[in-house]
Design a protein around this ligand. Structure first.
Ligand SMILES: Nc1ncnc2c1ncn2[C@@H]1O[C@H](COP(=O)(O)OP(=O)(O)OP(=O)(O)O)[C@@H](O)[C@H]1O
Length: 330
């Protein structure tokens, strides 16, 4: 089973899921393309797991439609399911089986042939760096190792599309980074991934990100797009010798590519934040403009990339203001 050429890998159209009298997911629509790492980010309880379950066919939408690999996932047959891998949030393997036994169990569940099984398990334990722990009971390995074992188990049948639900919750930042390295390696192998997270800084690793709150989709954008939405444009940081600041501001403020200039607080003397439409085209032009005055000593230039924690705070503040809601959702 494959999505037809030009067709999205996953399509959600106005999907709502109601439990009792509450819409836990409300009117969510998006298209996910093959080969993407698609992140779903939002606070605990915003509906990430429910949305993943809707995409894997565990839940049926109350209203709206879900299409995965060109089909309604609730009607998947066994062959269709083989294309999907799912790493749930909670540990669902067997604590009384050792690492390799858990892998064998997962392989048998997915019908991986005996001839392929051994090689595949060895490759995966190597991939998730659990080779040394193969004979240790799954109940006795650390939480981070259990997550990695779960990832390996979700990959045992070589799925094309992998759903990973909060793989990094509660684990240390180094291990979190390692998980994302593994997701990037999977993408490089041609896999598509849907990954949920509560850690906004992890959106930097995704190709596109859906931001959810209270069961609603606030926006879908690339990490760069989120940054631009928060900052309003691209921003360059330029530092000149403090004595040259006046001249530099005079030249830059007249330049047609400059939308605005700010002097940041708490920054070294001579620093400017320069707002432009496109940082990569503006940067060489602005440097050339500064160079027309040989007395100006340009010390440092770069693109301003604030951490996503700050970007999300700004985005959320803007969403609180009703008049900017339309702009955020554009
Ligand atoms: N089967 C269910 N019946 C009733 N309410 C549910 C059910 N599943 C989830 N909910 C509620 O729906 C809301 C969204 O839950 P969901 O697990 O999708 O959120 P989440 O963003 O994944 O959060 P977390 O990161 O804490 O898992 C929560 O308030 C949860 O209590």
């Amino acid at each position: 089973m494959q999505a037809h050429a030009g067709q999205s890998l996953i399509q959600l159209q106005q999907v709502t899921k109601r439990f009792g009298d509450r819409d836990v997911v409300r009117d969510v629509s998006w298209n996910i393309q093959p080969g993407e790492i698609f992140g779903i980010v939002g606070p605990s309880g915003c509906g990430k797991t429910t949305t993943v379950r809707l995409m894997t066919g565990v839940y049926i939408p109350t209203t709206g439609s879900v299409s995965v690999l060109g089909k309604n996932p609730a009607t998947f047959n066994a062959h269709d399911r083989e294309q999907l891998g799912y790493m749930p949030q909670l540990f669902v393997l067997y604590p009384n089986l050792n690492v390799v036994e858990n892998m064998r169990f997962a392989a048998s569940m997915y019908g991986v042939s005996l001839t392929k099984r051994r090689k595949r398990i060895d490759e995966l334990l190597d991939f998730v760096e659990l080779d040394q722990a193969r004979r240790t009971l799954a109940g006795n390995i650390s939480g981070g190792m259990q997550r990695r074992l779960q990832l390996a188990a979700a990959l045992v049948h070589e799925p094309e599309l992998l759903f990973v639900d909060e793989p990094t919750a509660g684990i240390d930042p180094v291990l979190r980074g390692r998980f994302w390295d593994q997701f990037k390696e999977l993408k490089a192998m041609g896999k598509s991934l849907v990954v949920t997270t509560q850690y906004v800084n992890e959106v930097a690793y995704c190709d596109r990100v859906a931001v959810m709150r209270d069961g609603q989709l606030l926006l879908v954008d690339t990490p760069d797009g989120l940054r631009r939405r928060a900052l309003g444009s691209d921003v360059l940081t330029i530092r000149v010798d403090a004595e040259d600041l006046r001249n530099a501001v005079r030249i830059l403020s007249r330049h047609q590519l400059v939308l605005g200039i700010e002097r940041p607080h708490n920054a070294p003397l001579g620093s400017m934040m320069v707002y432009v439409d496109d940082a990569s085209t503006a940067l060489p032009e602005l440097l050339a403009a500064l160079a027309t005055d040989p007395t100006i000593d340009t010390r440092q230039v770069g693109e301003y990339n604030p951490p996503f924690d700050d970007i999300f705070i700004t985005l959320m503040e803007r969403l609180e203001q009703p008049e900017s809601k339309e702009q955020i959702n554009a």
